[in-house]
Design a protein around this ligand. Sequence first.
Ligand code: GRF
Length: 208
Amino acid sequence: MKKLNLVVLASGGGTNLQAIIDNIEAGKLDAQIKVVISNNSKSGALERARNHNIPDIHLSHKQFTTPEEFDQKLLSILKENETDLVVLAGYMKILSPTVIREYKNRIINIHPALLPSFGGKGMYGIHVHEAVLESGVKVTGVTVHTVDEIYDHGPILFQKCVPVSSDDTPESLQQKVLPHEHEAYSRVIQLFAEGKIEIKDNRAIIKE
Ligand code: GRF
C-alpha cells in the first residue's frame, strides 16, 4: 500500500505527534511524516521530530511581511512534500482560507472534548477541561474532525467518550483524555491511508 504523506503542524509538547511517530515506527500506520512544522521554535514537537530524524521547520508569521507570504511558503512546503494529509496536532494558529481551500477535506484536527460542545475561540488546552467541569456534564471525550473555515467546525470523523468523575480536576481530565487522543488520531489517519473516509455534503462517511 502506498504510504500516506503526512505533514504535522504543532505548537506545543507534541505528545500527539509522538503517538503518530510511535505507531508509524511500530508498523501500525501506512503513513510517513514528511516534515513537522511549528510556529514555536522551542516546541517539544520540533525536538521530537529531530529525535526521529524527521525534517523539522520553524515557520512563523513573524518571519514574513504579510500573511499571504506566510501562506505561499506553507503551501510550497506542502506541495514539495506531496502532502496527502495535513495533521494539526495542538497547532495554536488558525490556517487561512487560502490554505484550507487548497487542502479541502485533507486537513484534520484533534480536539479534547466532544464537539460541537466546548469548541471555538478560547477553547484550547486546559480551558476546554475547565469548561467541561463547570458545565457539569458527565461525559467528555475526543473529537477528530476535518478543518474548514470555521474554528473547531469541520465534518466530524471520529469521537470517543470519556467519563467525567466527581473528583476530576481540569488537570486530571486532561490526563484522562490525552491517551484517548493518541489512539484516536492514529486510527483516523489509518482510515485515510486505507481510503475509507469520504466527505459528502459536509458529513463524513466512514467505510469501515
Ligand atoms: C491536545 O489536547 C489536542 O487535543 C489539542 O492540543 C493538545 C496538544 O497536545 N488540540 P500535544 O502537544 O499533542 O501533547
